[in-house]
Design a protein around this ligand. Structure first.
Ligand SMILES: [Zn+2]
Length: 237
């Protein structure tokens, strides 16, 4: 387990990496469970991820209330993170983003499925959450804990949940994992659309997904990818 300073350093790096890799733009965010208190989490103040530094990192409880805001404005959609981290003890880091490539899979009946080995980590089943089913017309944003809990009910025990007409939430056991899964989720969506235009698609089988999830998750694999991603984003690994 990383200590607090290392966790904050990695969280800042993850913000820069997600921006560098095009997963987030002005919007989107990443959280991590507090290393010393499992009922708290850490996330930037409301700021574009590319610009985040350590002084922006705030602490929240599981209701997504800030512990000591010091005048800093939190993200409006922080309830995604609190709801997931409260319900899923196996999850330690969460990404919310609005990747354009994902949108078609949230508004059609075509399931997003792993199409290449690196994307096995997104899981065999990617559910779609529609905020309108329970809440009617809204601004489409997860702006309270009722919205967050309903999103988590659709996520269930899966890794990724798409949000109809909005984006996604990605979960993982570590910052490194959630960054890699967010990157390959977006690539998978692009490749799946390309392949579907060409004809019938052969997806990874459930067994291949399970084996690739194990293959991609060991620390050594992540360390190699993390060093690469930090170098590209010009941050310390
Ligand atoms: Zn959003």
């Amino acid at each position: 387990m990383d200590d607090l300073n290392t966790t904050i350093r990695k969280l800042v790096a993850a913000n820069r990496i997600l921006a560098m890799e095009g997963v987030v733009d002005a919007f989107g965010h990443i959280s991590v469970r507090h290393p010393d208190n499992p009922n708290r989490y850490l996330m930037s103040r409301s700021r574009s991820p590319e610009l985040v530094d350590a002084s922006d990192i705030m602490e929240f409880d599981m209701n997504s209330d800030p512990i000591d805001a010091k005048g800093r404005q939190p993200y409006l959609e922080r309830f995604i993170h609190g709801a997931v981290l409260h319900a899923r003890k196996d999850v330690h880091s969460v990404v919310h983003n609005h990747s354009y490539e994902l949108i078609p899979f949230g508004v059609t009946q075509v399931p997003l499925r792993p199409i290449f080995h690196s994307a096995g980590r997104i899981g065999a089943h990617v559910p779609v959450w529609d905020i309108r089913e329970k809440f009617g017309d809204t601004k489409m944003l997860v702006e309270n804990n009722d919205h967050g809990r309903d999103l988590v009910a659709t996520l269930g025990s899966d890794t990724v949940v798409l949000m109809r007409g909005h984006g996604c939430a990605v979960t993982a056991a570590s910052i490194e994992d959630v960054v890699l899964t967010s990157i390959y989720l977006r690539v998978n969506a692009r490749l799946q659309m390309d392949a579907m235009r060409m004809g019938e698609v052969t997806y990874l089988s459930a067994g291949e997904v399970a084996l690739n999830s194990q293959l991609n998750k060991p620390k050594v694999g992540n360390a190699r990818a993390w060093e690469y991603l930090c170098t590209r984003a010009r941050v310390d690994a």
